[in-house]
Ligand binder design. Structure first.
Ligand code: ZN
Length: 279
């Protein structure tokens, strides 16, 4: 009979390096399909992209602490399984303006249509899982839009799955963090496959979501680090001056403890300590 401690080890989230300055925490029972990206800030600490589910909150906080502290959370979108850990972290939360009301409200569940799930067991189970995953409404302290910079990435708007869904794109090593713009996991069977449009049961505008998925498949294929299965490319990132925090397209910094208006620190390398792993 496995002890509670060994069970805890089996289910603990895992941290893995994705690319220069980018770490992925995979967590959630039973298959660790919930992803949180840790983006190293040039002067220490991390910005999170998406916040996983509520039960990951303690693990996220611990990993963030080891990496110099969590400066802010930027939500790819506000669904319960992406905002879940955010309320318990006590750090500023940012999202796209079109996502604000859902992130501060029901997490977009007012347009979820569980009757569109093909499997009866999924129609029964997923609303219950969704309630369990959700950490509840967040207080959004700022917003990010197309062209803004987040920790060296550019914000790209991909509305469809959610009205304010954003991806982060880093040109230097062509790394995209795409939240739920694509699924590679079937939420009913939990089987992985190629990038595809998110399931319509959880999608606000199916047609727009489909357009992005089609364009993304053609353009990016295996270069996308999707929220439900990362297919990372580990091409080394060229040396560059780092940018800290969230920078608006007009060059001003905003959002989070490390952001100072009108000041964009430029340092040669990311200095955050490497996490030794969470489990
Ligand atoms: Zn979603």
């Amino acid at each position: 009979m496995p002890s509670l401690r060994s069970f805890d080890k089996l289910t603990a989230p895992r941290m893995e390096p994705v690319a220069d300055g980018v770490w992925l925490m995979r967590g959630g029972l039973p298959l660790r399909t919930m992803n949180v990206y840790f983006l190293e800030e040039p002067d220490g600490g991390v910005t999170l992209f998406d916040a996983g589910i509520e039960e990951m909150t303690g693990w996220i906080a611990e990993a963030g602490e080891r990496m110099g502290g969590i400066k802010r959370v930027v939500l790819g979108h506000g669904h319960p399984d992406h905002r879940g850990g955010a309320p318990g972290l006590g750090v500023p939360v940012l999202c796209h303006p079109a996502e604000r009301s859902d992130a501060e409200g029901d997490g977009g569940q007012h347009y979820f249509d569980y009757s569109r799930l093909e499997w009866r067991a999924a129609r029964f189970a997923l609303p219950r899982f969704m309630a369990r995953w959700d950490g509840g409404p967040v207080r959004v302290e700022g917003t990010v839009s197309e062209g803004d910079e987040v920790c060296g990435f550019r914000v790209i708007e991909l509305p469809g799955h959610a009205p304010g869904l954003i991806a982060l794109w880093r040109e230097e090593d062509r790394l995209a963090l795409t939240s739920d713009a694509f699924y590679t996991l079937d939420p009913q069977t939990t089987r992985y496959g190629g990038p595809r449009v998110a399931h319509p049961a959880f999608t606000q505008d199916e047609a727009r979501a489909g357009e992005h998925a089609q364009a993304g498949r053609a353009r990016a294929r295996d270069r996308l680090a999707g929220a439900r299965e990362p297919a990372h490319e580990r091409r080394p990132r060229p040396a560059r001056a780092g940018r800290n925090g969230v920078t608006a397209a007009d060059g001003t910094l905003r959002g989070g403890a490390g952001a100072r208006a009108g000041h964009a620190p430029r340092v040669p390398a990311c200095g955050a300590p490497r996490p030794a792993g969470v489990s």
